[in-house]
Design a protein around this ligand. Structure first.
Ligand code: C5J
Length: 223
């Protein structure tokens, strides 16, 4: 067991039964011209966590621990995209429309890729998810069960939407979850702060949170 100095109290995890889940670090959310910007958001805010997220992924790769990436994405015929999702918020470009990086939030389009700085490498798992939560309409639960995973460490965007939704889904399924505070971001800093507070309130009702430095220090000390 490795124990991280976390909130609301120390987080112990068995690395061989732990997966890092990096949520939706896609061009569509982080680069201009994608889904995030069509909804009126300042995408530059999300770019700030890329170096820390790269170090977090690097830490897992260095030890050969499980890394999972998710992509929010839809099939080309949009059969898995509810009209409510496509139309809500009156985006300047809707899901499936052609933008500067190809069709917005459609699988296989350039904008739907994970940003080059965090690109998956051979052997890492990629989950394409049509919803905000990574367990909905995906094989994630089966994959984790087959690998014997009991603990999940989360990073990615956006904190209060896809990250928090997935963390809550995982918590309800019995996983012990930690969110890395400086490897997650929101278009709304106050929503990020609120999500972190909600996750660790009431004795860790959804899980734990800790900065990357605390996780890295715990891993180095355990050697
Ligand atoms: C959103 C996400 N915000 N990945 N998706 O629509 O959080």
């Amino acid at each position: 067991m490795i124990t991280v100095a976390a909130e609301p109290f120390p987080y112990p995890f068995p690395p061989e039964r732990t997966a890092l889940v990096v949520i939706d670090m896609q061009r569509d959310f982080i680069e201009p011209g994608g889904f995030g910007e069509t909804l009126g958001n300042n995408v530059a805010l999300l770019d700030a966590i890329v170096p820390t997220t790269a170090r977090l992924i690097g830490l897992f790769r260095e030890h050969g621990w499980t890394v999972i990436h998710t992509r929010e994405s839809h099939s080309a015929d949009l059969a898995d995209c509810p009209p409510a999702k496509r139309l809500r918020g009156a985006p300047s470009l809707k899901i499936g429309d052609v933008g500067p990086m190809g069709r917005i939030l459609v699988r296989g389009e350039p904008g739907n890729d994970i940003i080059p700085a965090l690109a998956p490498i051979a052997g890492e798992i990629i989950i394409d998810k049509p919803g905000k939560g990574a367990f909905y309409a995906t094989a994630l639960g089966d994959i984790l069960r087959l690998k014997g995973i009991t603990h999940l460490i989360f990073a990615g965007v956006t904190t209060e939407v896809c990250v928090q939704t997935t963390m809550r889904e995982a918590n309800d399924r019995g996983y012990e979850c930690l969110l890395v505070e400086d490897a997650t971001e929101s278009y709304f800093p106050e929503f990020k702060a609120a999500a972190i507070a909600m996750i660790r309130a009431q004795g860790g009702i959804v899980g734990w949170t800790a900065p990357f430095a605390a996780l890295e220090a715990a891993v180095r000390e355990a050697k």
